[in-house]
Design a protein around this ligand. Sequence first.
Ligand SMILES: Nc1nc2c(ncn2[C@@H]2O[C@H](COP(=O)(O)OP(=O)(O)OP(=O)(O)O)[C@@H](O)[C@H]2O)c(=O)[nH]1
Ligand SMILES: [Mg+2]
Length: 317
Amino acid sequence: MQGFPRKRIPIVIVGLEFAGKTSFVLRLQTGEFGKTVPTSGLDTEILEIQGNLFQLFDLGGHERFREMFWKEYVKLSQGIVFMIDANDLEKLDTAVEWLWKCLKWNPEAPLMILANKADLTHIELPKLIDKVKLRRLPHQSPTRSFQIFEISVKTGMNIDRALNWFSQKIALSIAKKYIKVEGIYLFLRTGVPIVSHLFMNQPESAMDNDIVPGFLNAINEFASGMMGSTGGLDSLITENYSIVMVKREKLLCAIITDKKSDLSLARMVAESVVTHLEETFPHQLTKYQINGKYLFPENFLVNYLQQEFKENVVIST
Ligand SMILES: Nc1nc2c(ncn2[C@@H]2O[C@H](COP(=O)(O)OP(=O)(O)OP(=O)(O)O)[C@@H](O)[C@H]2O)c(=O)[nH]1
Ligand SMILES: [Mg+2]
């Protein structure tokens, strides 16, 4: 008996002619940069990225195709990739105009802007963000996830990073997974605590009895790699809470959620926090220490979580 075909998530890739859309799709399929011809009409491909099955619509970028059918495809898609030729800034105004049309047609779908051909030109991302008017986007659609990446389809630069981001965001926006964060802790890899936020409004005694006894021990063992051979156990389930722990090069993050929260999402969020912090504060973390206290901007973590994960992360109040 044949099973049901797996659900394919419709994704559209748009951008003016010659931006590199078909080259990008070709690279995703073959792993290589190959020759393309201008797309006449549209092509469609099925692609699997990180376990998600996508139906990708690669639309021709010439003006007549834009006018003819971009709107219908963009409207029906659950994710938008907009490609810009960063080596041809003369066409940027037209590209931006069409980008904003797409955003109006589809106010929800996650958006990934790819500034392509970084091998040919130095892309100044902050300037490009201004030109594309990206800072307006949260006002236009407050729940949409969006990100811009500088890439080169030719050399492969940043493509994995961009795809990871995109497939994660699509999966989230479709699955409507969520976590309720009751607390978030950051430690140096050695186990030294540097940031702690507790949002839960439980009576302190409940917290004391439930979490505290096992928590610090678990962190300590996790930090020193004592739990199992490969870092081992990375979550802790108590009567009322779940705790996941993630570590990278310098930092360790523990997120405390309520019991209904999705643990795989909690882990993804914790990973994203440590990666983001290690990239944002690349220097020795001791530099951010004054009088024995770590000075991260106020609400740094909360803002980051809200901006990056929107309604998928609820901060307990
Ligand atoms: N140097 C360089 N050239 C690229 C890159 N990506 C694509 N190109 C070239 O740009 C040209 C256009 O690429 P396509 O992928 O056909 O462009 P498209 O966006 O699909 O164009 P339409 O189908 O007409 O909308 C081709 O000559 C590609 O080889 C890149 O990262 N670097
Ligand atoms: Mg094409």
